[in-house]
Write a protein that binds this ligand. Structure first.
Ligand code: URA
Length: 286
């Protein structure tokens, strides 16, 4: 780095240390040369519903300072919270409801600009597997490999998922796979409640259009979001419940996320038990 060319005005050694810090914190993408303090941005006008955008720039955040935000933070601290979350989710719901096929839903998602994750992701990760399958798996959100390939569960956790499926005689020709969020959260962070809420109508519609006979929720984020429960995956896993699709109550099973099993291999014994239960349920499908 040469003198006068460094916008941060730091030395080469400091720049390397900063990069090492970012790498250790899980930052994998450089989005811009300078950081943006989004709390300092002026409130933006409301965004038009799902207008396809030729330019991949982040849409303005729909935020304004609420009385809650003002009272929750010390005077002088300019904090904003999104108040338009419900409106965004309702726009998303209208768009999703109009889709009569999975192809239409994929196109609508590709054109949808209401979730900021789209603008940091490389690809939309819509689905993999067989849309005619009777079993649908719902994960959390794409990771790095999925983002690059545009397919769910193709990284190491996907490879473990494939082995788990194979252990009960399944593969991707016999299941359909999607995620609560179709875009990768930067650095694989947990999606925020606002991101989950705005993507929710799409995965709900995706489930309706696939119309499976059995649902499997992979991991706590998926299980909690799709079952609308505050219970954690430790309590939820292995306990059959049901998920409403139209007029049908479809059996649904929360299980540990394969990425968690990679970190905690001792928990695989519970996953094995849950997959045997899944196998049993499939064998007893009418
Ligand atoms: N984890 C998920 O939840 N989904 C993917 O597609 C990949 C990893």
């Amino acid at each position: 780095m040469q003198d006068g060319m460094d916008p941060l005005n730091i030395s080469r050694a400091e720049a390397i240390a900063l990069l090492q810090y970012y790498a250790a914190a899980g930052v994998t993408e450089a989005l811009s040369d300078v950081s943006v303090n989004r709390y300092d941005l002026a409130p933006a006008p409301a965004q038009a519903a799902a207008a396809p955008s030729a330019v991949r720039s982040a849409p303005p955040a729909q935020t304004r300072t609420s009385p809650v935000a003002r009272s929750a933070f010390p005077a002088g601290a300019p904090r904003t919270i999104p108040l338009e979350q419900d409106a965004s989710a309702s726009i998303a719901r209208d768009i999703a409801a109009r889709c009569q096929s999975l192809d239409e839903l994929r196109e609508a998602l590709a054109a949808y600009d209401g979730c900021a994750l789209k603008f940091t992701a490389k690809n939309l990760v819509f689905s993999d597997g067989n849309p005619e399958a009777r079993i649908m798996l719902v994960g959390e959100a794409p990771g790095r490999d999925e983002d690059i390939q545009g397919l769910p569960f193709v990284g190491v956790s996907g490879q473990l998922l494939d082995r788990m499926l194979a252990s009960i005689g399944l593969d991707r020709t016999k299941v359909y796979i999607a995620n609560v969020l179709p875009w990768r959260p930067p650095g694989n962070r947990t999606p925020t409640p606002a991101e989950q809420a705005v993507c929710m109508p799409f995965i709900e519609r995706q489930i309706e259009l696939v119309d499976p006979d059995i649902l499997v929720f992979l991991g706590g984020v998926s299980a909690k979001q799709m079952l609308n429960t505050p219970e954690g995956i430790m309590k939820l896993r292995g306990r059959w419940t049901s998920y409403r699709i139209g007029s049908r109550d479809v059996p649904a099973l929360p299980v540990f996320h394969p990425a968690y099993l990679l970190r905690q291999p001792a928990q695989k014994r519970f996953a094995w038990r849950d997959f045997l239960s899944l196998k049993h349920k499939i064998e007893n499908l009418s």
